[in-house]
Design a protein around this ligand. Structure first.
Ligand SMILES: *Cc1c(COP(=O)(O)O)cnc(C)c1O
Length: 488
């Protein structure tokens, strides 16, 4: 009595296990600084190297090694990163990477990932600044898209996941939250959903994952501009109602993956209001055209959607991955996912305070601090510069399209409403020579377009998503493609 026992009595303390921190911080720090310099140097000089190199067998072999049981010097491991990893990544930071729909990253994004990793905050919940920054990003997205400030938002891996979550919320809105416990089998009625034939494959997959079934997704044919045909949409909804089915979800696309088509979102909003359908917009890359004053009219009607899925890692160039779902009705959003668990119960004060945790708005519990890299990117660059880079990509696409129209070797294969140019060798029927041309461009490291199928033909697809792409890159790409076309 009167004497406070020491917290741990030395005699009973366990033998100290070594921590995993470096024994020599100064040496670690020197290697870390060098690694950061190397990473920034690669970005600064990215245009000097090939867009892509195939990964040699010897390198592949280096990644079939047994589990390392003992330590190696960080310097040696970083040497492997330089020699075995950095040269063989996909190449989307390069200004002549034109494949699929990929962001290019920025130096501030590199730094943000470093800072976030050092903080190592678990942003699933609890009362700390991570979820507060995430809330800020939802507010920014709501402002950019014309959503109410109360809208809820949540980071997910990418638009595929965000579209899936949007569909689940629409399901709950249609059937009530008892569907969470009872499942779809308890329902007397079959749900049906509607999307354009240009919609991304993840919409179909979301129907499958949700257990609604992709057979109940109506892929509505598009007009010449790639927009969902409204007459066919109305007909499909009416036919399903006549058949006793329950239309619940209309998916609009803002920037379709083939050539960047936009659905008429305003009219889709009218239809979803009249038919009482949930309007979800897949705006994976296209939604961010709202940041450009000249492109913003494309997204007219987006502000009326119930939910929108989009990616910061595509046209906002935040490092992978940073998908986002924004939802107009936060209560509906939360009631689709929130689940009581004793270990997640809230306290009035302290670290477990706060009603709204990100884990209440999706299936992820442990989650990284994706909000930090978005916050740092927008703070440092400003939303206007990101909008201007989007505009510049569209201008580069127009230039490429113009040069293709003027060429005697190539022809356009689809409209060019945005930043994606689909083209073909003139008169090519199946597309085998188009595919060969794309593979040769990639293998020689000259440029990396991809291919897609349009009207049954495999065509060359150049998607210009990179803020580093100049008109000179566009011209060099077309010259290289022309040289290979002549070989073929
Ligand atoms: C990229 C893309 C997706 C999928 O997004 P991820 O981030 O790759 O999951 C969905 N829809 C469209 C239109 C896309 O361009």
């Amino acid at each position: 009595l009167g004497q406070v026992a020491p917290l741990i009595r030395p005699a009973m303390a366990p033998a100290p296990t070594p921590s995993l921190d470096p024994a020599d911080w100064d040496r670690f720090r020197a290697a870390a600084h060098a690694a950061l310099d190397a990473a920034l140097g690669r970005l600064e000089h990215i245009a000097d190297g090939p867009v892509w190199r195939p990964t040699p067998d010897q390198v592949r072999g280096a990644f079939a090694a047994p589990l390392p049981r003992s330590p190696r010097d960080l310097e040696a491991v970083l040497g492997d990163v330089d020699a075995l990893i950095a040269p063989f990544v996909v190449g989307n930071t390069h200004p002549r990477f034109f494949g699929w729909a990929q962001g290019a990253g920025t130096p501030v994004g590199v730094l943000a990932e470093l800072v976030a990793a050092a903080l190592n905050a678990n942003c699933g919940g609890r009362d700390h600044v991570g979820p507060i920054v995430e809330r800020q990003i939802a507010l920014w997205a709501a402002e950019a898209f014309g959503f109410p400030a109360e809208s809820s938002g949540v980071f997910v891996t990418g638009a595929s996941q965000a579209n899936f979550l949007g569909l689940l919320i629409a399901r709950d809105a249609a059937l009530g939250h008892t569907v969470r416990s009872q499942g779809l089998k308890a329902e007397a009625t079959q749900l049906t959903a509607y999307a354009s034939a240009e919609a991304h494959g993840c919409v179909r997959q979301a129907m499958e994952l949700a257990g609604v079934g992709s057979a109940s997704l109506r892929m509505i044919d598009t007009d010449a501009a790639g927009a969902m045909r409204i007459d066919l949409l109305r007909g499909a909804i009416a036919a399903d109602r006549d058949a006793g089915l329950t239309p619940f979800l209309l998916v609009g696309t803002a920037g379709a993956v083939n050539f960047g088509a936009f659905d008429d979102l305003d009219t889709l909003a009218d239809i979803s209001a009249a038919e009482r359908l949930w309007l979800h917009v897949d705006g994976a890359f296209g939604a961010l055209t709202a940041l450009s004053p000249s492109l913003r009219p494309l997204t007219k009607g987006l502000e009326r959607a119930d939910s929108v899925a989009f990616d910061f890692h595509k046209w906002a160039h935040v490092p992978y991955d940073a998908g986002f779902l924004l939802v107009r009705d936060p209560a509906m959003h939360k009631a689709t996912f929130a689940a009581p668990a004793a270990y997640l119960s809230r306290t009035p004060r302290g670290l477990a305070a706060g009603e709204d945790w990100p884990c209440d708005y999706g299936p992820d519990l442990s989650r990284g601090f994706r909000a930090l890299k978005v916050w740092m990117t927008f703070q440092t660059l400003g939303a206007d510069a990101i909008g201007a880079a989007i505009e510049a990509n569209c201008a580069a696409a127009k230039r490429l399209a113009g040069r293709i129209e003027a060429s005697t070797l190539f022809e356009l294969a689809a409209p060019v409403p945005l930043n994606i140019v689909c083209f073909s060798l003139c008169g090519e029927v199946g597309g085998a020579r188009n595919r060969e041309l794309v593979m040769r461009l990639q293998e020689r490291g000259l440029a990396a377009p991809s291919t897609t199928r349009i009207d049954g033909r495999e065509v060359i697809r150049a998607a210009i998503f990179n803020h580093r792409t100049s008109f000179a890159d566009i011209d060099a790409f077309l010259e290289a493609a022309t040289a290979i076309a002549i070989e073929l």
